[in-house]
Design a binder for this molecule. Structure first.
Ligand code: TRP
Length: 398
């Protein structure tokens, strides 16, 4: 795809401490590929990264080719992109493309991780696309001083079960466990690495003199997968990368180096973060009660939902009188993410605002939705056990 190299837009927030792409806004919020803190201003983040908001025109293009628009896009959870329009037009011209996303396997998967993968599966089905899914056990090993390598690789296998459980078949899903499947990736990563200077990665990721060199090399591996389909098929096969907005720094660099090797620039589709049950901007691995894990049993799921922060009033009386605030409420947020029926979500919003729906009842409704989703997910997840290797890219390249 021929597109001009993106211009970097400097942040105009005087409070911001900037490591170039890494946003560290004092007293407000922090977003890096490793950390999300504070109440995130998504528009500000977008302007800072220089990605574009997803407009009606782009959504109309998707509708033209997919026949419909997924609720996660319609409801603005996926809200930004780079070249989404370009890849839609590329598709319209009958040319090949693929999907790419990934996960740093640092522990069990929670329902927040699943949300972008649900869209991934939908895109794969609608456009009949192959999916390249990177499990970065190396990254998590480099990043966490306490993490043993075997542990991270173990999590990669466990997490793969959650991805497969979405219904993927081995011809459509290609798993890349970095420490196991490095062979096809390495020649691409070396090329990428040669074009990335210390100066650039330091500025982009906020690395310091005490950052280990594994982490410094790692971006070339995450970027390499974006070019893998082109390399394997020996023709231009651009990827679309659906993921959370915090991964943008990697793909901005990927787009900068693509031209040098004649690879097509990757396109991206960015989501917001999933609210924590505590009401914070993002679920945190360090507080297990802030997230619902796919392996949580029914009782735990129920307890976590019933104890969640809400946008409700302190008493039922006040709630009836003044209504609640769905915009700051994680319980409403999950209704929005997991209920495909627009009318049902809208009714919850209205009834909350008007005071007709109290938090206890709203939480029970959510519990019913999620426990149904999780029950089916757990069954499919167990069926995938023992099959992970069939999905690994190495099994297919032999
Ligand atoms: N760095 C990501 C993480 O820590 C993992 C990852 C690898 C990824 N490749 C990706 C995420 C592509 C999104 C898209 O979770």
């Amino acid at each position: 795809m021929e597109n001009p190299v993106d211009r970097k837009e400097p942040s105009n927030n005087p409070q911001a401490v900037i490591f170039d792409d890494v946003v560290q806004i004092t007293d407000e919020f922090v977003v890096t590929p490793w950390e999300v803190r504070g109440r995130v201003d998504y528009d500000k983040l977008l302007r800072h990264f220089g990605a574009k908001p997803l407009t009606r025109d782009e959504i109309a293009l998707l509708e033209k080719y997919a026949g419909e628009v997924h609720p996660l896009i319609r409801r603005g959870f996926f809200y930004a992109h780079r070249d989404f329009d370009v890849i839609m037009k590329w598709h319209g011209g009958g040319r090949p493309w693929a999907l790419y996303t990934g996960r740093g396997p640092s522990g069990p998967v929670h329902i927040g991780h699943m949300v972008p993968w649900i869209l991934l599966k939908w895109l794969s089905d609608k456009f009949n696309l192959e999916v390249y899914f990177q499990l970065t056990d190396d990254e998590k090993f480099f990043d966490d001083p306490e993490m043993r390598l075997e542990e991270a690789t173990g999590w990669a296998y466990e997490n793969a079960l959650d991805v497969i459980a979405l219904g993927f078949t081995p011809d459509k899903l290609h798993l890349i466990v970095d420490t196991k499947d490095i062979k096809p990736l390495y020649p691409i990563a070396v090329k990428v690495a040669k074009k990335l200077t210390w100066n650039t990665v330091k500025a982009t990721f906020g690395f310091t003199d005490s950052t280990n060199i594994g982490l410094i090399f790692y971006p070339s591996l995450q970027i390499a997968v974006a070019f893998l389909p082109s390399e394997l098929r020996r023709e231009a096969v651009p990827v679309l990368i659906p993921c959370a907005i915090d991964q943008d720094p990697y793909f901005r660099l990927a787009r900068d180096v693509a031209d040098v090797f004649g690879y097509p620039k990757p396109a991206t589709l960015y989501s917001k973060f999933i609210m924590a049950l505590t009401g914070e901007s993002k679920m945190s691995a360090s507080n297990p009660d802030s997230a619902i894990y796919t392996q949580d049993d029914e009782k735990t799921v129920r307890r976590k939902i019933m104890n969640a922060f809400t946008g409700g009033r302190p008493t039922a009386e006040e709630q009836r009188k003044y209504g609640g605030d769905p915009d700051i409420c994680p319980v409403f947020h999950y209704h929005m993410l997991f209920d495909p029926d627009d009318a049902s979500v809208e009714k919850i919003r209205q009834d909350c605002r008007g005071g007709a729906l109290l938090c206890g009842e709203c939480k029970l409704k959510l519990y019913e939705k999620l426990s149904k989703f999780l029950k089916e997910h757990r069954e499919r997840r167990e069926k995938a056990r023992g099959k992970v290797d069939d999905y690994r890219i190495s099994a297919k390249l032999r």
